[in-house]
Design a protein around this ligand. Structure first.
Ligand SMILES: Nc1ncnc2c1ncn2[C@@H]1O[C@H](COP(=O)(O)OP(=O)(O)OP(=O)(O)O)[C@@H](O)[C@H]1O
Ligand SMILES: [Mg+2]
Length: 183
């Protein structure tokens, strides 16, 4: 039987406010990693909510359940050699810590990136119109406005996207992975 070198997987979690730039950066990073021959999966929040987390809402409990489910899937992928990029808000520190702990059990790298775009900039971008809906009273419980966002205390990387292009931000994440020997 021949043995082949096993790819090193990891979870790269992009946490931050709505419109911070998580999906944009995840796609750019994912495309680059794929082009380089890595096995890559992008687990985006919206898609996941339609399927894996269908029926869950935006209460603290449901947000935690959503993050734990995504964390489980991502850890399984990462443990099996996939670079799993997760552009999901994950507003609560304790649920992110539980995901980190799940990775630690199997010795699987977990790289937390804070997409730290200030709320003023996010609400200007307002890609999905959520900030406008919150302001007009059509919606409540918007993360960073009238729902909590607990910033990571010790992330691997902090991105100030208001001062960078999307590709500069994606390059910075790539560099953080390179520093850790993951790419
Ligand atoms: N440096 C940057 N990195 C990422 N996005 C940026 C940057 N500069 C500007 N942008 C713009 O900010 C917007 C971010 O939207 P995106 O959908 O990626 O946000 P998100 O964090 O995934 O939001 P949500 O939580 O609502 O899904 C895009 O229009 C993107 O072009
Ligand atoms: Mg997104």
């Amino acid at each position: 039987m021949t043995t082949t070198a096993r790819a090193q997987g990891a979870t790269i979690w992009l946490t931050g406010l709505p419109s911070a730039g998580k999906t944009t950066i995840a796609r750019l990073l994912g495309d680059r990693l794929k082009a380089e021959g890595h096995r890559v999966e992008v687990l985006d929040g919206d898609e996941i909510r339609r399927f894996l987390s269908a029926g869950l809402g935006f209460s603290k409990e449901d947000r935690n359940t959503n993050v734990q489910r995504i964390g489980l899937v991502s850890e399984v992928l990462a443990r099996n050699g996939v670079l799993s990029v997760v552009p999901v808000i994950a507003p609560y520190a304790d649920s992110r810590e539980a995901v980190r702990a799940r990775h630690a059990v199997s010795g699987t790298p977990y790289v937390e990136v804070h997409v730290a775009t200030p709320v003023e900039v996010c609400s200007e971008r307002d890609v999905k119109g959520l900030y406008a809906k919150q302001a007009s009273g059509e919606l409540s419980g918007l993360t960073g406005v009238d729902d909590p966002y607990e910033p990571p205390v010790d992330p691997a990387l902090v991105l100030r996207t208001q001062e960078q292009s999307p590709s500069e931000s994606a390059d910075a994440v790539y560099a953080a992975l390179a520093e850790r020997g993951l790419v």
